[in-house]
Write a protein that binds this ligand. Sequence first.
Ligand SMILES: Cc1cc2nc3c(=O)[nH]c(=O)nc-3n(C[C@H](O)[C@H](O)[C@H](O)COP(=O)(O)O)c2cc1C
Length: 194
Amino acid sequence: MKPAEFNEIIRSRQSIFPKDYTGEKVDDAIVRQMLENATWAPSHKLTEPWRFIVFSGEGLKTLADFQSECYKRATLASGNFDEKKYEGLKTKPLESSHIIAVGMKRDAKKGLPEWEELGAVFCAIENIYLTATAYGVGCYLSTGGIVPFKEAKVFFDLGEEDQLLGFIHVGVPKKNLHHNRKRKPVEEKMIWIS
Ligand SMILES: Cc1cc2nc3c(=O)[nH]c(=O)nc-3n(C[C@H](O)[C@H](O)[C@H](O)COP(=O)(O)O)c2cc1C
């Protein structure tokens, strides 16, 4: 691959949301490749702290039922229950072909600060995004919903010290999506000391 082609993949990566999915199923083999590429992300001391649980088909309903009931239980207890949010958590997962729950599993020896483990998982997430771009698949990372709920961790095979970080929604994108993506000039964000 020429550097210009690589630059083009980076530049054309975009978050594609379920409203822009056709409803068709993405090939499981592509999703598997997205996760295989995720594992080639860097991690300090090679702790490989990323964990993935893939929901598809009836599994999406399992996720929808779990997350809506988890939300309900936790928010009824705290007095923050919102019926609209509950309905969204129960129905929205069904709009994607696959949803990948992403977690960070803390190294047992805790030899690294937590921020390094978190950083490694987000590197892995970028690999997932880029692989989706290369295969013409749509995806986006959501960090909303039940992500911060500690009650949710066990369902995703995560312990006390681990963290649920987000849900990557995956789908076949509609044709001719024109998102107006912009970035500030890198000159505003870099300093060179030569
Ligand atoms: C750490 C992180 C968390 C995100 N959380 C959400 C989210 O909860 N909901 C959402 O709609 N998009 C979320 N996104 C996607 C961003 O909205 C999206 O990346 C941003 O708008 C830039 O668009 P682009 O990905 O097309 O360049 C998240 C992205 C990142 C990197």
